[in-house]
Design a protein around this ligand. Structure first.
Ligand code: IPD
Ligand code: CA
Length: 265
């Protein structure tokens, strides 16, 4: 069984170098902007360069592993280890020079995420976790928020790029806003999950996340003691990711289920 700590050490080294590429390319000016699923879903030359850099570095360090990246999809032979990469999570923030974007890299062994790192190259902040080994930020172990009342909870979320999905998400938000302290939409799911792990958000939910958005951040949140799941006992995935401390999970889950947050387009 590949050692989670060894995989994390490789991930951290690679993500630091790749994050520096993203930061430098942002300073030099964003280029190569194109759209993907909708007119608001952007990709830049930096997304592609970072993904290529990480995949190339993994090929050198771990030639036998598979990789799934947001921009170039799946590559490599599928052995026991698969890496899941979001080269820039928060691409719209990156485009607008808002310092809230991240490189996110997770390692799965036999389909289970065992190591993950999320790094914000704009601030140098970095979160890491290994399965069973805890979640850390700047050498400090994370334990999530102590909040127990949904009515007092600051809840992070995000919206997809498809207008029809956004309309549904707005309806959910409308039904939730009166039941929580407030809502935050920072623009990077990976960083939102890390914020929930560190108690800077009391909880987080979002519909429509892909594996690269939540693989590493989800492990950071889980290892900080949060429950990370979908609705109705489903695993976290495309339909819904909820991350909340145990005391907040059920009230938030039940409210989201009532609002059919995992439904719609
Ligand atoms: C997006 C961000 C955003 C979330 C979207 C994601 P991208 O990822 O994580 O916060 O709301 O659902 O698609 O496109 O910036 O990599
Ligand atoms: Ca993303």
């Amino acid at each position: 069984m590949p050692d989670a700590a060894d995989l994390l050490a490789i991930a951290v080294e690679i993500v630091r170098d790749a994050g520096e590429t993203a930061r430098r390319m942002r300073v030099e000016g964003v280029s190569g902007v194109a759209t993907k699923s909708t007119d608001t879903d952007v990709v830049t030359a930096a997304d592609r360069a970072v993904e290529r850099q990480v995949v190339d570095a993994l090929r050198v360090r771990r030639p036998e592993d598979a990789v799934l990246g947001e921009e170039y999809g799946a590559s490599g032979t599928h052995g026991r280890v698969r890496w899941i990469l979001d080269p820039i999570d928060g691409t719209v923030n990156y485009l607008y020079d808002l310092p809230q974007y991240a490189v996110s890299l997770a390692a799965e062994v036999d389909g289970r995420v065992v190591a993950g790192v999320v790094r914000n190259p704009a601030t140098g902040a970095e979160w890491t976790a290994t399965l069973g080994g805890g979640a850390f930020h700047g050498g400090t172990r994370l334990h999530g928020s102590p909040q127990t009342e949904l009515a007092q909870a600051l809840v992070g979320t995000g919206f997809g790029y498809d207008p029809a999905r956004r309309v549904h998400q707005a309806g959910v938000l409308h039904g939730l806003l009166g039941h929580v302290r407030d809502i935050r939409r920072f623009g990077s799911a990976a960083l939102d999950l890390c914020a929930a792990a560190g108690g800077q958000l009391d909880a987080y939910y979002e519909k429509g996340l892909n594996p690269w958005d939540h693989a590493a951040g989800g492990l950071v949140a889980t290892e900080a003691g949060l429950v990370v799941a979908g609705l109705g006992g489903a695993p976290p995935g495309l339909d819904m990711v909820v991350a909340a401390p145990p005391a907040l999970f059920k009230p938030l889950h039940d409210r989201l289920a009532e609002l059919d947050a995992a439904g719609g387009p």
